[in-house]
Design a protein around this ligand. Structure first.
Ligand SMILES: [Zn+2]
Length: 174
């Protein structure tokens, strides 16, 4: 996608559904790292291409790197986030800063693999399942407007779900 944050919406929905076994922060980091490929190529050669990391082996390699090396920095980022909150804000916005190994691996793998799935619909040069399936038969399976809308709606639904859960937690009814 031209803007990586579109990928964050579906991840937020997974986080709302299984908050204890999925790290959204690691998921987001995996999406940012994999998109360093088109961003770097655009800066180097003027073409935001997806030749290596946007393939199955490339995405798995990014997931492994992010799961292994990204967990501690993500925990540090969450602690930093918590420290910036006032007591009133913390009631709603404080997060659990510890990320289990499982949550990191699930976040990293779903991050890069869902990234491939969404990008394959959008970019002709993304060979998501190379070398098992050459080429890109999924390009255009969904219109770009619908794809973007689905990602935004997933994020909005996740925020609403999260807000309702917090509301019940704060009132001791959940
Ligand atoms: Zn991408």
């Amino acid at each position: 996608m031209p803007i990586t944050p579109f990928h964050f919406g579906p991840g937020a929905l997974i986080k709302a559904a299984v908050p204890n076994h999925f790290s959204w922060t690691v998921f987001a980091l995996a999406n940012v790292v994999i998109d360093l490929e088109p961003v770097s190529l655009f800066l180097l050669i003027g073409d935001p291409a997806h030749p290596w990391l946007h393939t199955l082996p490339g995405a798995l390699a990014v997931a492994v790197a992010v799961a292994v090396f990204g967990r501690r920095p993500c925990e540090a980022l969450l602690r930093f986030w918590n420290r910036r909150l006032s007591p009133g804000q913390a009631r709603w916005l404080a997060v659990v800063p510890d990320i289990s190994r499982t949550a990191a691996w699930v976040g990293a793998l779903t991050g890069t693999l869902s990234h491939l799935a969404l990008d394959a619909v959008m970019h002709a040069d993304v060979e998501a399942l190379w070398p098992i399936v050459p080429g890109n038969p999924w390009r255009g399976a969904l219109s770009l407007d619908r794809l973007h809308l689905a990602c935004i709606l997933a994020g909005v639904a996740a925020a609403a779900w999260w807000g309702v859960r917090r509301w019940f937690v704060l009132r001791g009814r959940y």
